[in-house]
Design a protein around this ligand. Structure first.
Ligand code: NAP
Length: 263
């Protein structure tokens, strides 16, 4: 298969779902810019992908919550000499440890907003003018199913993901009819590396069918942005769960999540 996008910048590419985005893009011949704080895993990944697929891979070690670093990445995205055809806004952080909002470290909550909201906002703003001028490009942003449900002990995380879902939906609307595709991918619980299933409510263990594979999340997100589909919810389990919970009054939903997550 030939790449729809010849170059992509992937944030959060030093591990997790971001690493898989990078692997899948390289496999179809897409040149890459990898961004995260830790240079070492990205350098290793870059060397392996370049050797295996013959693609050009650049590494930018940057903390996207630090203004100067974010600006550096934004400038790379906007560089007309080396156009980036696909931006993957993947880097994000949840609530560690999960706690009620009033017990969370206030500075830590603001860092989450910087990483999950300000960084994708700034990078998307940097990438879009060139894509619109070329009438070709894609922005794929990783939100979460948490965007649609109350999430006791993860209020800021859920709210940042709600921002991304709403933001992406409107951008897709603004750019409809162009060849610049904006897609928001909305994963549920996704296994870590080596198939490790970690996370979820404390009150019960999530069943196996509730866990997504990183490979499926990345593949479905990339297929959706290629096809110009604005929202992608990987997995029948989460499509059904979201559909069902949309039928419930918000008060019932809050009560349900308070019982399941809040204990
Ligand atoms: N896993 C899930 O169950 C799940 C479910 C729904 C949505 N998501 C979303 O999917 C995305 C990827 O999640 P994941 O599970 O793959 O997470 P992960 O394994 O924790 O990876 C996060 C990536 O983001 C990078 N990162 C973290 N803080 C950063 C910062 N300040 N500046 C630059 N890069 C930073 C990390 O690299 P460095 O540490 O090297 O910086 C890492 O490459 C996130 O947006 C997450 O919210 C995940």
């Amino acid at each position: 298969m030939k790449a729809t996008y010849r170059s992509a910048l992937v944030t959060g590419a030093s591990g997790g779902i971001g690493e898989i985005f990078a692997r899948q893009l390289a496999a179809v011949g897409c040149d890459l810019v990898l961004v995260a704080r830790r240079a070492e895993p990205m350098e290793k990944l870059a060397a392996g992908l370049a050797e295996r697929h013959g693609v050009h891979v650049e590494v930018i070690a940057a903390d996207l919550t630090v203004d100067g670093d974010l600006e550096r990445v934004a400038r790379r995205l906007a560089d007309p000499e080396r156009p980036i055809e696909l931006l993957v806004n993947n880097a994000g952080a949840g609530s560690r440890p999960p706690r009620p909002f009033h017990q969370q470290d206030p500075a830590g909550e603001e860092v989450k907003v910087a990483l999950n909201v300000i960084a994708p906002l700034r990078l998307t703003r940097a990438a879009l003018p060139g894509m619109v001028a070329r009438d070709h490009g894609g922005v794929l942003t990783v939100s979460s199913i948490a965007a649609y449900w109350p999430q006791p002990h993860g209020a800021t995380y859920a709210a940042t993901k709600a921002f991304l879902s709403s933001f992406g939906d409107t951008l897709a609307c603004e750019l409809a009819g162009t060849n610049v595709h904006v897609t928001t991918v909305v994963p549920g619980f996704t296994k870590r590396g080596n198939g490790v299933a970690k996370g979820g409510p404390k009150s019960f263990t999530l069943p196996e069918f509730a866990w997504l594979e990183r490979e499926d999340v990345a593949a479905q997100g990339l297929a959706a942005v290629h096809a110009g589909v604005p929202i992608c919810i990987p997995g029948a389990t989460y499509q059904a769960a979201l559909g069902l919970t949309r039928l419930l009054p918000r008060s019932v939903l809050r009560d349900l999540f308070r019982r399941v997550w809040g204990s």
